[in-house]
Design a protein around this ligand. Structure first.
Ligand SMILES: Cc1ncc(COP(=O)(O)O)c(C=O)c1O
Length: 434
């Protein structure tokens, strides 16, 4: 076991993932390859659950499946007795294919189509997270047409901006998501929902952003949800059964990140809700969380094979891998930083000159790692990037008509292909002649 910013196991100088030799995985399945260590996923879920149980509160851990949705992921969540949240008809469809229990599904989104809402209602999705007035109208019509009812929650924007990358902020007032509290949009939405006998108003939801490292924003949002509950209780006699505080717990991607353990955010949130509810004389609601990144991110590894090299004299060496922004767009999109090792030289000493890891896509911005010190690099070496499990494969594209990679789950020394690599035939399957 080597100790550095990431703990990783090695055997015969090779990186081991979940008890499996990563270099053998690269040879068996080809690269680029996305590998998940399933035990890490299960462990993080269990850490979250322990916090709630230690604090004696009703809860649900709802995996935000946008971080990585697949049949196999949903099957793991079913085994772990988690809820999931979905944001599209495609995610609902995939969860159905996985045999995921629909009553444990929350349906999010700021522009759910009528078809998607109908699909959710017909399949008895557990709760629809209402995001705007247009959606309330659409849903009301669908419920009338189908002569049925559903659970709903109101997504509110609590007016809290977490200190993180601008694109990752969703809780501040100037946001495309949810009902604003300040201007009383949320209150107006509540009145509409309470007057609709087909909608059962289960609770209130807020998600303040993503990859957040500070506890403060979460505590403030949690208190705001309780204050709003108290206000609504006084005005309408309504008290939410559930407060859903969203996800966004930050994880470590590089040596610059020093987050607290994800469950510590949850502990602070739970304690804040308990205390505030007590102060306000409210019953303690059930507390739901929606972590995506913190459940799936650290469990993922991207494996690439090293190809060409370009040495720009006295400036930089570019080392190119066989993937890039098509399988992980986060560096190009958010300037996200990652760490990596040479999987086949995992214990070798790094060279003193840093190199830049470039992708193979036709964009100058397709750089996976700006600066990294690696051992002596040769073509054919396998590069393993850490913590790529969230919003990596999930945002994969066919840019340049490259194929989307395969995905493998490993656990207890066993590997299992869970998403096949695309074929060239897949690329043109929907194309028609002109
Ligand atoms: C409503 C909602 N819940 C949960 C999440 C998951 O966030 P994270 O993956 O950072 O935990 C998101 C992410 O954007 C979200 O929009």
């Amino acid at each position: 076991m080597i100790k550095n910013d990431f703990d990783y196991e090695t055997k015969n100088n090779h990186l081991m993932i979940g008890g499996v030799d990563s270099v053998e995985l690269a040879h068996k399945y080809g690269t680029p390859l996305v590998v998940y260590d399933v035990s890490k996923i299960r462990e993080q879920i269990s850490h979250f659950k322990s916090v709630f149980e230690d604090n004696h509160v009703d809860y649900e851990v709802s995996y935000a499946s946008k971080a990585f949705a697949s049949v196999a992921t949903y099957q793991i969540m079913k085994q772990e007795n988690c809820h999931i949240d979905v944001v599209s008809g495609g995610e609902i469809y995939t969860a159905l294919k996985a045999g995921f229990p629909m009553d444990k599904v929350s349906f999010h989104g700021n522009n759910k189509s009528a078809e998607e809402l109908k699909m959710a209602v017909e399949n008895h999705v557990g709760v629809i997270m209402l995001d705007n007035f247009h959606e309330i109208e659409l849903l009301s019509k669908i419920l009338n047409d189908l002569d049925t009812q559903t659970n709903v929650m109101l997504r509110i924007t609590p007016g809290i901006s977490a200190h993180t990358h601008e694109y990752d902020q969703t809780g501040q007032v100037d946001s495309k998501f949810g009902f604003d509290v300040e201007s009383k949009q949320a209150e107006k939405a509540l009145e509409i929902v309470l007057n609709n006998p087909r909608m059962n108003m289960l609770g209130i939801h807020a998600h303040i952003g993503s990859q957040i490292f500070e506890v403060n924003g979460f505590v403030m949002a949690a208190e705001k949800l309780v204050d709003l509950s108290a206000d609504w209780h006084q005005k309408f006699g309504y008290q939410p059964e559930v407060l859903n505080v969203g996800g966004g717990f930050g994880i470590k991607y590089s040596e610059e990140d020093d987050p607290i353990a994800p469950e510590k955010f949850v502990d602070a949130i739970v304690k804040a809700i308990k205390q505030r509810s007590n102060q306000k004389g409210l019953n303690l609601p059930a507390i739901w969380i929606e972590p995506g990144r913190s459940i799936i991110g650290p469990a993922g590894y991207n494996l690439y094979t090293i190809g060409s090299r370009k040495d720009v004299p006295e400036i930089k060496s570019y080392i190119t891998v066989d993937g890039g922004m098509g399988d992980n767009i986060r560096p190009a999109l958010y300037q996200a930083k990652y760490e990596a090792v040479l999987a086949n030289k995992a214990n070798d000493e790094p060279e003193s000159n840093a190199v830049r890891i470039a992708g193979k896509y036709c964009e100058s911005g397709d750089i996976l790692i700006q600066n990294i010190n690696l051992p002596h690099i040769e073509p054919g070496d396998v590069l393993a990037m850490f913590a790529t499990g969230a919003y990596g494969y999930a945002m994969a594209s066919n840019y340049n008509l490259n194929l989307k990679p395969a995905v493998v789950f490993v656990e207890n020394g066993q590997d299992k292909l869970v998403i096949k690599r695309q074929s060239y035939e897949d690329l043109v399957r929907l194309d028609l002649e002109y």
